[in-house]
Design a protein around this ligand. Structure first.
Ligand code: GLN
Length: 285
């Protein structure tokens, strides 16, 4: 089912097994129906049987499922949104971009944060970014393109300014301080923004890709559906790094300050909690 994903370099974004969807499509989300649009296209990233918990709206139109806590959180989000409109960048050189954009828009909506999701391709796109996502894809290719487009130093600058950066799968590889043999062998340049060593393809090749429900305590008690596609794992983690999740004894999610790395693909889980967690790192100032 992952055959359309990450099969090497492609100038086009890669898509989930659902592929690119054209035209209008309504997405059933719990008690509500939500249309997800990106640049005029409607995308459906919900997966059958995916958790619906985060799909309820907390704005009074969601069929009365709100808890007080959820309402308070949304009110806080609304106050925030009055203060600032956030610009979330997605590194758009290669990888699964549209799913991330779609999930990010939904997470912004859900949290009541006003924001836009934009692609980062050139140096000039960096201005005013409040957060950045480095998606999955092929880290060797992405590393070359980041260098070619002169984005290395720009991304490092964002990190130094405290801008939240989330790297998923290949994005995790790029953000790591150093890598194991697989990384050294390819000579790929890493950004070194989180104090971890990374083991590329730690769970095997494409055909060994898998899905598993994992515990991520910072997201709450409900398990999180992890989609692992030629996934890396975190080897060593420095003292300042908090490991957020493990699978089969390997660290698969970690955070150091404003840098969040995930070995899996949160944009394919249908569960907004990871994107919402990331958005909590946004700074109002
Ligand atoms: N194994 C890939 C790499 O190292 C990452 C795969 C992915 O992003 N799904 O680039």
């Amino acid at each position: 089912m992952f055959s359309t994903l990450h099969t090497g370099f492609s100038p086009e974004p890669c898509y989930s097994s659902k592929g690119r969807i054209r035209g209008e499509e309504k997405i059933e989300m719990g008690a509500t129906v939500q249309v997800v649009k990106i640049e005029g296209r409607v995308l459906n990233v919900m997966r059958e049987g995916s958790p619906k918990k985060t799909a309820h709206r907390h704005d009074g139109h969601g069929g009365g499922h709100d808890t007080d806590a959820a309402r308070k959180e949304t009110e806080a989000g609304r106050k925030r949104s009055k203060m600032k409109t956030f610009k979330i960048g997605i590194l758009s050189l290669q990888g699964d971009l549209e799913e991330h954009a779609s999930m990010m828009r939904r997470a912004l909506d859900e949290a009541g944060i006003s924001g836009s999701v934009v692609g980062l391709r050139r140096k000039t796109d960096v201005a005013g970014l409040d957060a950045l996502v480095i998606p999955g894809g092929e880290s060797t290719v992405m590393a070359k393109l980041v260098h070619l487009h002169g984005l290395e130093e720009e991304i490092k600058k964002l990190a130094r300014l405290g801008v939240p950066i989330m790297g998923t799968c290949a994005g995790l590889v790029l953000l790591a301080r150093s890598g194991c043999d697989e990384v050294e062998k390819t000579g790929q340049r890493l950004l070194g923004l989180i104090d971890i060593t990374v083991e590329r393809n730690a769970f095997g090749r494409q055909k060994e890709s898998f899905e598993a429900d994992i515990d991520i305590p910072v997201l709450g008690e409900e398990k999180y559906h992890g989609v692992f596609i030629r996934a890396p794992a975190i080897g060593k983690a420095g003292a300042g790094v908090k490991v957020l999740a493990e699978y089969e004894g390997k660290a698969v999610a970690a955070q150091e300050g404003n840098i969040l790395v995930l070995a899996f693909h949160p944009e394919l889980s249908g569960d907004l909690r990871m994107h919402e967690y990331f958005l909590k790192l946004l700074k109002d100032g």
